[in-house]
Design a binder for this molecule. Structure first.
Ligand SMILES: NC(=O)c1ccc[n+]([C@@H]2O[C@H](COP(=O)([O-])OP(=O)(O)OC[C@H]3O[C@@H](n4cnc5c(N)ncnc54)[C@H](OP(=O)(O)O)[C@@H]3O)[C@@H](O)[C@H]2O)c1
Length: 261
């Protein structure tokens, strides 16, 4: 079977916005919470009433985001400092235990954390960098998802979303290959879980991918240092399809890789 091809996000998905209260009482975890896209996503989810579980490696940046969310009137968020290149299975088991005991479960998880590098030929990528990018971009996403699967299965509106980036061409190195692997991981997990249906025939858990296209963030600046600030959109302009996947506006949608064109 071929990997599911990328599908262009619909106009409705591109313009999708959450309303205050849409996620009241929901617990949503975001990896890479302090990144360009992660920060905007946390704000949007919190403004809709979600309790946001912010997973990120820098305690200082986590503190700043925590303060910003509270100042905006969000439900008290939860900080989880975690260096995902070093984290082990036990760290994710601990995370899942914390979510169960302190927050009563988990409704969605969005994997935005990503490790990248300046473009270079495959032969110039050190094995240490290759391993670090696969650890963050693929292994950590797998471990976190699997550890939280029992909690997600217990939610009435469960969603897992992986941030994709279609870069299988020259000089994208470990980042490009790891994102292709993440696409396969998403597809496999969707396939393995799509048989679990609720009473209305909807998948209990939606597993999807989203490629937001170029966004003006640290990751983009590393790959295109000469690009002018106004040559790529802000991450907030690319949130619509991602929020629609988390909100499950299409209850049957699972195993798809959306992209923003
Ligand atoms: N920007 C684009 O043009 C673009 C295009 C297509 C897809 N995407 C995807 O969109 C997602 C978000 O990217 P972005 O543009 O928002 O990039 P970003 O601003 O660089 O954010 C990436 C996040 O990953 C975190 N991270 C990196 N290494 C980590 C580690 N070892 N442990 C824990 N966290 C780690 C970073 O932590 P710190 O906050 O501590 O740095 C940051 O929060 C990524 O999955 C990316 O592949 C981006």
């Amino acid at each position: 079977m071929l990997l599911p091809p990328y599908q262009s996000a619909s106009a409705t998905q591109r313009s999708f916005e959450l309303q205050p209260g849409d996620f009241a009482g929901r617990v949503i975890a975001v990896t890479g919470a302090t990144g360009g896209l992660g920060t905007q996503l946390c704000h949007a989810l919190a403004a809709a009433g979600a309790t946001v579980v912010m997973i990120a490696r820098s305690e200082k940046r986590l503190d700043a985001l925590y303060d910003a969310l509270l100042a905006a009137g969000a439900p008290t968020p939860v900080q989880v400092p975690l260096a995902q290149d070093k984290a082990a299975e036990t760290d994710y088991a601990e995370l899942s235990g914390l979510l169960a005991s302190e927050l009563g479960g988990l409704d969605a998880m969005v994997h935005t954390a990503a490790c990248s590098a300046a473009p270079m030929p495959l032969g110039d990528v050190s094995q240490a960098d290759w391993a670090r990018m696969f650890a963050v971009n693929v292994s950590a996403a797998r471990l976190a998802s699997l550890a939280c699967l029992p909690l997600l299965r217990a939610s009435s509106l469960a969603s897992l979303v992986f941030l994709l980036d279609y870069k299988p061409n020259a000089y994208w190195g470990a980042y490009g290959v790891s994102k292709q692997a993440l696409h396969a991981l998403m597809s496999m997990l969707a396939d393995e879980t799509e048989g679990m249906r609720d009473g209305s025939g909807h998948p209990r858990l939606a597993v999807n991918g989203y490629d937001p296209g170029p966004m003006r963030t640290a990751l983009r600046r590393k790959a295109f240092p000469g690009e002018l600030e106004n040559q790529s959109p802000q991450p907030s302009a690319r949130l619509g399809p991602l929020l629609s996947l988390v909100a499950r506006t299409d209850r049957l949608q699972t195993g798809t890789a959306l992209y923003h064109d």
